[in-house]
Each structure stands twice: as structure tokens, then as C-alpha cells.
Design a protein around this ligand. Sequence first.
Ligand code: PHE
Length: 464
Amino acid sequence: MPEDRGQWSGKLGFILAATGSAIGLGNLWKFPYITYENNGGAFVLVYIAAILVVGIPIMMAEVLLGRKTQLSPVGAFQNLGKNKAGGQAWTAVGFLGVLAGFTILSYYSVVAGWTIHYAWLALTGRLVELSSDPQALQTYFGSEFLASGSSQVFYHVLFMGLTTAAVFFGVKRGIERVARILMPFLFLILVVLVIYSSTTEGFGEALTFLFRPDFGSLTTASVLEALGHAFFTLSLGMGAMLTYGSYMGRDISIPRAAVQISALDTLIALMACVIMFSIINSADIDVSKSSTILFTTIPTVFAKLPAASLFNAMFYILIGFAALTSTISLLEVVSSYAIDNLGWARHRATLTMGGAITIFGTLNALSLGASSRLSSINLIGRESTAGLFGTMDYLASNWYLPVGGLLIALFAGWIMNPRETRQELETGHGPLASFGIWHFLIRFVSPLAVGAIIVSVILGKEYN
Ligand code: PHE
């Protein structure tokens, strides 16, 4: 095995890094916002069901493909596709993953960069000042911050720099170390914010909204949206979990790890909802159902509560940390392709790939300011009109991930021999009584569910 591949130090290292990949803007930004839009309760239940019947099985499939081959997506499919139906054509799934990593990172890092700017605004007290007038905050975000090409590029480059630095130092000394430091911090900040929100008067209402299902308000579109989000939030469909699985020892149980990672990811998404809905409910303002809530509304609400600057800053630092452990996994998929398949040294691979994505992302960053319809930026998971930025998001979330996920499920369920998959899932676990359930889900349920998302995208009905 080339030295530049690396390995986790053990089970905790893998769990923290993979959970770090899963928890990101998807949990802290998108999930609260779509839950709000889809009226809570019933949507949350459907989402949890999607995690259980589609998310966990596909995560197990990805990790097993990675660990079995000890290779990143392109190499893994090249290796496993040999002598099987479809043969080398399966390698395309690996390339699709590399393409998705490149594409997602090029806009994800722009948004991630915003959190640094907002944490800074909070710490200097400027955010509280701006928040005294909700309109001022909106104007600041749309007409000043997004419209400033130099700010957009600056924070994007800064965030890509942090990401590249972590991946540069390798699996154990870079990726795992960052996750070991940031994940406990992230959890701590979340707990503090949940406690804080429990003292606000909107807390009870937030819990009711989240956990009292009203199935009458559930539409087919909500179900599809929940399903699509399960993918994005668990980092599935593009080989991130496959790549992380390839650095995993044979003494670790894949099924158990997949359940733990998914449970943590869901827990944190729900905690983010509790925090945001509590503070939103506590304030006497009209909240529009918009995806920019995080930057235009939340500070106004915090401003009405004690220690506003501090909690504002904690909030954005939390989101930035979560985003960093996700951007790292995106860059790792792209870099590990160069390491495994082109034989590059890790340093060369990360600097080249990180550099290329930084340059491409700069175009996304600039396209934000150039776009005339800023108010319609609708990040992650839906078509938007915000220039190149929106196109990248649309392609990745609506096409690359579902198509990648579908192919991964078909490969693991139909192309691989059940003996092979069973053996890998039992390695580090022992006899797996639920293998039959997994095999059924991965063969039938996951492909049908993901197929439904793809068909709805084709028919143009997509996520809402
Ligand atoms: N799971 C991450 C989030 O929720 C996003 C992501 C998708 C990361 C795909 C890696 C791969 O924000």
C-alpha cells in the first residue's frame, strides 16, 4: 500500500472523521430550513425513516466497498468491476464521485467562508449593531457582502486554504487530528446553545413543531425532499464514505459504525432545529421561509437576547467547524484519486487539486455578486438562479449524488456476490443476523427510492 494512503488510528478516528464529513451545512443550515418549510413533525419522521431504510444501508455499502479494496472510488470500482457484469464501465461511478467532490467543494467552500466573516462581524460587535434594523441586515448580506467580489473570493480562498492544509498532512495527522479537535468543540457549542435556547420562551413551541406530526400537511414533494436530503447530509453518493472506509482497519464493525455515524448526524440536525426554532419563536418578528435565514434573520433574533455577540459568534464558529470537517472529506475524495490512480505524492495531490478547486470556486464566488437575483439563492438541493453558483449546486445535489447513490446501491446489491458483501460486513463485526434485511434494502428499497428522486427531477417536479 503506498505510504501516502494512510490509515485511521482506530475506531474513534474513523467515527469522528466520518461524522465530521456527515455533519455540515446540510445539518445546520439546510435541515432546519427545509423542516421549517415543510411544517416540521411529519417531515421529521419521514426524514428519520429515510435515514433508516436508505441512508444507513447505502452508507454500509460505501464503507464496505472502500474497506474491501483499500482504494478510493475510481480504484475501488476498477478493482471490483473486473470479471463482473458491466466490467470497467463501473469505473465511471468513481469518476462521477471525483467530479461531484470537485463540484460541491467549489461552492460549499464559498458558503463556508461566510461563516468566518459572520463570526468576525459578531466578535467585533458589528453584527449586533446591524441587527437593530432587520432591513439593514438584509441589505448588508445581499447588497454589500454578497455583491463584494473581493470579500467573496477572500473568504473562499481562506476556507480552501484551511481545507487543503488539513488534507495535506494526511489521514492521521491531518484529517483525523482536525476532526478530533473540532468535533468535541462542535458538540460542546451545540449543547451550550441548546441549553441557552431551553431558557427562551419559544422552546416548548419548537419541540411541539418538531415532534408532533401532522400527516395532513405532508406532500409527495416533502417525502422526496426528505429522501434527497438524507443523501446529502450523510455524504452519500459520491464516494466520501467509501474513501474514508478505505482507511479503516479490519477490526471495526461497518454496520455498527454506519448506525453510529447516522445517529450522531441526525441528533445534531435535530439539535440545530431546536436551537433555531426556539430563538425564532421567541422573537416577535416575521420570519420569511427563506434559505438565507441563517445570515439575515438569526442575528436579529440573537440581538434581542442577552449576550448577543457571544452567542452569535459561537453560532457561526460552530457552523464553520462543521463545514470544515465536510470540506476536508470532499477534497480527500478528489486528492485520493490522484494518490491512488495517478501515483502522486499526497502533498502534490492536495496542492494541485486544492488549488484547482480554489480557482474554479473563485468563479462561483464572483458569480454571486454578478447575479442580479440574489434573493433567490437557494442553496443545496434545489435549482436556483444564482448564476454559476446555483448551477453547480443544482448539478451536484440533484444529479450527481442521487445517480451516484443509485449506482452504488445497484453495484453492492446486484453486481457483487452476496458472499463477498456478507464477508466484508461481518469482518470486525461477527455473524450479521440482519444481513438479509440489508441485502433486501440495498437491492430493492434504496434503488427504488433513489430512482423516485431522479424521476421527479427529470419530470421537473423536484424537491418542491
Ligand atoms: N454531509 C455534508 C453536509 O451535511 C455535505 C457533504 C456531501 C459532504 C457530500 C461530503 C460529501 O453538509
